[in-house]
Design a protein around this ligand. Structure first.
Ligand code: GDP
Ligand code: MG
Length: 460
C-alpha cells in the first residue's frame, strides 16, 4: 500500500540528508519534489497546495532541537502535517446516540464499492455494543439482499426479511417495526448503487434518506478509484449530507491521494477502512499509522519524539511494586491508562518495541476502548476505585450514565480488571514480567531499568 508514495518520500528525504541545515533553499527544493510525489499519488491539487504551504511555514518557523539533525526534524514536520491531513491523532468514531434510542446508519456509494460487505463488517464490529438489524434496500437485485443475509449470519446479527416488498420506503418502515419489536438499537441500511452516478439512483437515495433520517450517512469508496472516488462523493453530497467516508480495498496498492484529500475536500472523517474480503477485514482508520506507512520513516519520527518523551519510569516501578504486593486497584488502573495516553497510545508504544510492530495495528483498534475505559474510571469516586467491591448495580448504572457508556461496558471493565489482577498474581516468569513492564512504560531494552526491575521482583 502507498508503495510509490512511500518510495518517493524516502528519495526526497534521503536527498535532504541529515547534515544539511533547514534553509529556505533546501526546504523549497524538497517541497517541490514532495509536491510531485503527491500529484503522482493522485491527491487533489488544492489539498496539495495548502499542505505544502503549511509544511513550509512550519519548517521555516521551527526552532531547531539541538539533539536531532535538522533533516530529521523536517521529516517530523512532514509527518505531523500528514497526520493532520489524514484526520489528526484522534481516531474518528461514529457518533451514535445513547443506546436507549434506536440509531440508524445509511450506507451509500457506487455499485461494487463494497457497501454490502461494509454493512456486514460494521455489524460484526459494533455488535458487542449494539443490538443490530441489517436491512437491504437494494430492491433491484434479490442477490444483494441474499448477500447481506449471509453476512448477517456470519456477523451473528439480525437480518430483516423484507419478503416480496419492492418499495424501499415500505421496507424502511417495516424494518423499524421489526427493530422495535425485537429491541434492536442500531439499524444499518444497505442501499442499491449504480456503476455510475445517476439521477435516478440519487433521487431514490434522497427519498430513502428522508424516510430513514439516519444518525450517520456513510459513503463507501473504493480506495483503488483514487481522485474519482471524491468526485463521486461530492456528487452524492449534493443530494444527501455525508457524515463519514469508509474506504474499502485498503489492502490493495492504492496510491493514497484520495485518502489524503478526504478531510480537506469533504470535511468528514474516515472512521474505518476495509482491508480484505472477509468479514473481519475491517479496521479503525489510524491517521498516524497511515502517515507512518506513507513516509516509511517511523524510526526517525520516533527518534525526534523521544527527544521530548515523557516515560515516567518512577511511576512504572512503583506500579510494579504494587503488582508484586497485590495492592493494585482501580486507581492504579486509571493511572496506567493515563500513562498509555501520555505516551501516544498503545500503538506507538508497541511500534517502538522490537518485534511488536505487527501487533500494533491490533493494539490501535483498542484505543477507542481504552478511552471508554478511562471515562468509566473517571466517573467513579476515589473510594470506589480503591474498593471496587462497593460497586453494586445502582452504582454501576450511575457510572455508566456519567461516562456515556452502558452498564455492560462497566461490567466488562470490572471483569477485565479482575482478569488482569489474576494474571498479575500468577506472573512469575521474568519474560512475562518484562513484557508487562514494557507495556507500563519501562524500556525493556534499557539494561539499567531492567536490572532495577529484577531487583524489585526479587524483594517481594
Ligand atoms: P456493493 O456493490 O457496493 O454492495 O459491493 P460489495 O459489498 O458487493 O463488494 C464488491 C466486491 O468488493 C466484492 O467482491 C467484495 O468481496 C469486495 N470487497 C469489499 N470490500 C473489500 C475490501 O476491503 N478489500 C477487498 N480486497 N475486497 C473488498
Ligand atoms: Mg451491495
Amino acid at each position: 500500500m502507498f508503495e510509490n508514495l512511500s518510495r518517493r518520500f524516502t528519495q526526497v528525504l534521503g536527498a535532504f540528508g541529515i547534515k544539511k541545515r533547514l534553509t529556505e533553499a533546501n526546504i523549497e527544493e524538497s517541497l517541490r519534489e514532495i509536491r510531485t510525489a503527491l500529484i503522482e499519488a493522485d491527491a487533489a491539487l488544492p489539498v496539495i497546495k495548502s499542505f505544502i504551504a503549511r509544511v513550509k511555514e512550519k519548517a521555516l518557523g521551527t526552532e531547531l532541537l539541538s539533539s536531532v539533525e535538522p533533516g530529521q526534524q523536517f521529516v517530523k514536520i512532514l509527518h505531523d502535517e500528514l497526520v493532520a491531513l489524514l484526520g489528526g491523532e484522534v481516531v474518528a468514531e461514529l457518533k451514535l446516540p445513547d443506546p436507549s434510542r434506536t440509531a440508524s446508519l445509511l450506507v451509500c456509494g457506487l455499485q461494487g464499492s463494497g457497501k454490502t460487505t461494509t454493512c456486514g463488517k460494521l455489524a460484526r464490529h459494533l455488535k458487542d455494543r449494539r443490538d443490530i438489524l441489517l436491512v437491504s434496500l437494494d430492491v433491484n437485485r434479490p442477490a444483494a439482499a441474499e448477500q447481506l443475509r449471509v453476512l448477517a449470519g456470519q456477523a451473528g446479527v439480525d437480518f430483516y426479511d423484507r419478503g416480496d416488498e419492492k418499495d424501499p420506503l415500505a421496507i424502511v418502515r417495516g424494518a423499524r417495526k421489526h427493530a422495535e419489536r425485537h429491541v434492536r438499537n442500531l439499524i444499518v441500511f444497505d442501499t442499491a448503487g449504480r456503476t455510475q452516478v445517476d439521477a435516478d439512483m440519487l433521487k431514490e437515495l434522497e427519498r430513502i434518506h428522508k424516510e430513514v433520517r439516519p444518525d450517520e450517512t456513510l459513503f463507501v469508496a473504493d480506495a483503488m478509484t483514487g481522485q474519482r472516488a471524491l468526485a463521486i462523493a461530492k456528487a452524492f453530497r449534493e443530494t444527501v449530507p455525508l457524515s463519514a467516508v469508509v474506504f474499502t480495498k485498503f489492502d490493495s496498492d492504492t496510491r493514497g491521494g484520495a485518502v489524503l484529500s478526504v478531510k480537506e475536500t469533504l470535511g468528514v472523517p474516515i472512521p474505518y477502512v476495509g482491508v480484505g474480503e472477509s468479514i473481519e477485514a475491517f479496521e479503525a482508520f489510524q491517521p498516524r499509522r497511515v502517515a507512518d506507512r506513507m513516509l516509511g520513516m517511523g524510526d526517525i519520527v520516533g527518534l525526534v519524539e523521544k527527544a521530548q518523551s515523557v516515560v515516567d519510569e518512577k511511576q512504572a516501578l512503583a506500579l510494579a511494586e504494587k503488582i508484586k504486593k497485590n495492592t493494585f486497584d482501580l486507581d492504579d488502573f486509571l493511572g496506567q491508562l493515563s500513562q498509555i495516553d501520555k505516551m501516544g497510545g498503545v500503538q506507538s508504544m508497541m511500534e517502538m518495541l522490537p518485534g511488536m510492530g505487527e501487533h500494533s495495528q491490533a493494539a490501535a483498534a483498542e484505543v477507542p476502548r481504552l478511552r471508554r475505559m478511562r471515562a468509566i474510571l473517571q466517573s467513579m469516586t476515589g473510594v470506589e476505585r480503591q474498593k471496587p467491591f462497593l460497586l453494586n448495580n445502582s452504582r454501576r448504572l450511575r457510572i455508566a450514565k456519567g461516562s456515556g457508556t452502558t452498564v455492560l461496558d462497566v461490567n466488562q471493565l470490572l471483569k477485565r480488571f479482575d482478569d488482569m489482577r489474576g494474571m498479575m498474581r500468577k506472573m512469575k516468569n521474568p519474560a512475562q514480567m518484562r513484557r508487562m513492564m514494557a507495556q507500563l512504560g519501562v524500556n525493556a531494552d534499557d539494561p539499567a531499568a531492567m536490572a532495577r526491575l529484577e531487583r524489585l521482583s526479587k524483594t517481594s
